[in-house]
Design a protein around this ligand. Sequence first.
Ligand SMILES: *Cc1c(COP(=O)(O)O)cnc(C)c1O
Length: 504
Amino acid sequence: MKYKSTRSSNVSVTSAQAIAQGIADDGGLFVPESFPQFSYSDLCELSHLSYTERAVRILSEYLTDFDCDEIEEAVHKAYADGKFDYDTPAPLVHLQKGWVEMYMLELWHGPTCAFKDMALQLLPHLLTKSLQKIHSNKTAVILVATSGDTGKAALEGFKNVDGTRILVFYPQNGVSPMQKRQMITQEGNNVFVCAIEGNFDDAQTGVKKIFTDANLNELLAHNGMMFSSANSINWGRLLPQIVYYFSAYCDLIAKGELKREGQEINIVVPTGNFGNILAAYYAKKMGLPVHRLICASNSNNVLTEFIRTGVYNRGRQFFTTISPSMDILVSSNLERLVFDLTGNDSARVAGWMKDLSETGKYQVGADVLEQIQSLFYAGCCDDDATRATIKDIYHEENYLCDTHTAVAVNVYHQYINDTNDLGTPTVIASTASPYKFADSVLGSLSQDYLRDASEFCKVQELSELTGTPVPAPIAALASKPVRFHNSCTKGTMGEMVLKAAGIE
Ligand SMILES: *Cc1c(COP(=O)(O)O)cnc(C)c1O
């Protein structure tokens, strides 16, 4: 299996190269040259296997330059080494509302309580193996700019992984108290965390500059190191996400929940960078029986507009919402979808991406829009609707969900109202533990809680109110010592990089 770029037709690299490099030299994203097919009988076979065995089967179709042993070892370290607090990393919870069959695919049982763990527990192992394969014996210095969830998940994934060091920059006033605490108490012998005076964009722009800073690159090379990235456009983050959609379908087969062979399901995904829902699209392309992919957004509804009109316009007001991991105006992974839907027309895609960077928008043709609309349904909801959904689903189903997942549930209801599609079993991606956003979740359920109380009081109160357990990684945070007090400005990020790399 080779990988090509979405922006030119002459790129062809191995999976190790694609994962080690992250982004193609032409600025495009790596995509597999073909999609392995799974028939219904293949799915039945997979349904008898464990999550890790299913993952190995699917990954080995794409990582053909890896040995089976290497894939097994990586998958085992990621999912079967006690990192997940459940007997399977991605359990499916059945909720029956009237005659609607909803299945919550809980992707937050990992060490940081958000779905980013599903990919970031595996990526470090794939990345270090990839670096060996391309004969790089350098230590990879992973730089991350985070608005909250990615930074912590990357720290947990890379901690104590030989051959890597990781440095996370977070905006001083741009992350929730819980997210900050998760990061500054991080354990591990190769981790470094630093606050930056500024917002997420400042952190992101600063990190991008460092990646191309000739002086820093040379200093690192001189010390046997190189920069690398763990961001969500890396193929090594997308691939692990395809697995859990297959696994959810296999669980439906195994539990006898499907009414007929090959019965289609809907998949609902609360979306920001378009990574998680793109993985669901790839699963459908590989033969998973999927009827509709439902793309759920918060008030930053740039994707809702795109799927409805074919116009992608990032020139709009930015809203800070209670589902912050979806507060995004540029959904990078969308580039892979439009590449696929144009029949791999890299020239056309490169043109749209140029329009986006120069004018802030682009418009796809009627041919592409027609396909998008037959594959996807899109909807959005604001914070008030999100809170109301958390309350409803808690009272009606006795199910506690986080703010991001609530956006998905709300948009699924919109879909049902618009289409009356009641017969199709529907899998909803549940992307974070409610305890990660305890303040907003508690505020949705109860009017008279202690608004000014500490985050940990709210966690406790949520647990008492709902009788649900606090996830162990969150409970443990209260007593963990703070390890990182560093802060820097946009101008001094480079010095922090050298400090983190141990070069001075
Ligand atoms: C990152 C994140 C999302 C958005 O996922 P994308 O792959 O960026 O679309 C949704 N929910 C939570 C909790 C997240 O952390």
